[in-house]
Design a protein around this ligand. Structure first.
Ligand SMILES: Nc1ncnc2c1ncn2[C@@H]1O[C@H](COP(=O)(O)OP(=O)(O)O)[C@@H](O)[C@H]1O
Ligand SMILES: [Mg+2]
Length: 183
């Protein structure tokens, strides 16, 4: 059985996606729900709201297989398999899969495999790449016995986001309250 994935998305930035996930994560934890938070925005703002600078610096400067989501899926760009994600415990029951500026480089791999996945032969590699985020998220959720996975993504319609949406059960679209031009 897969663990439900709730992704916050809007093609517009600055509408409160990251802030909402941050607060919801704490609220779920306070209700005794076990939560995985996955930062799939290469700007990694959500990661910066949970971890201090020294911690982030050590994660990014000494990459290990699985130490960020990017490090989990990176082996797929060669001949390797997904590295089990290493999660950061914020408090017991609340776990973060850290974001990574390097995740942007996975965009090219996904863009290449996307059209191949619609071909009529040898779909094994394209499907492995396109479902990589789903695999990594579910692995982490199983490992931590999570009840829900909350995912933050960047404001664009690129291949990373499309692939995350493939891995998603529910999408929340926060809307910014802009000035009304008719008021
Ligand atoms: N409910 C809110 N009311 C007012 N300001 C907010 C609210 N939620 C977020 N913000 C502020 O809006 C800005 C953008 O929020 P952020 O969560 O980073 O948006 P996004 O992830 O969609 O880019 C931040 O400065 C944040 O502090
Ligand atoms: Mg954000």
């Amino acid at each position: 059985m897969s663990i439900p994935v709730l992704t916050f998305f809007n093609n517009k930035g600055g509408v409160g996606k990251t802030s909402l996930i941050y607060h919801l994560a704490w609220m779920f934890a306070s209700l005794n729900k076990r939560v995985i938070i996955a930062d799939l925005d290469p700007q990694a703002n959500l990661t910066a709201s949970f971890l201090d600078e020294d911690r982030i610096e050590s994660i990014w400067n000494s990459p290990q297989p699985g130490s960020t989501i990017y490090q989990s899926v990176k082996p797929l760009t060669g001949v390797g398999d997904i590295a089990p994600p290493i999660y950061q415990e914020v408090i017991p029951g609340l776990y973060l899969l850290p974001g990574d500026v390097a995740l942007s480089s996975f965009e090219d791999t996904l863009s290449t495999e996307w059209p191949q996945s619609m071909g009529d032969h040898n779909l094994y590699r394209p499907m492995r790449i396109l479902t990589a985020f789903w695999q990594a998220l579910q692995m982490a959720a199983r490992e931590t016995s999570a009840d829900i996975i909350l995912v933050d993504i960047a404001p664009n319609l690129g291949a990373i986001n499309r692939s995350v949406l493939l891995a998603t059960d529910f999408v929340a679209i926060p809307l910014g309250a802009d000035l009304c031009i008719l008021c």
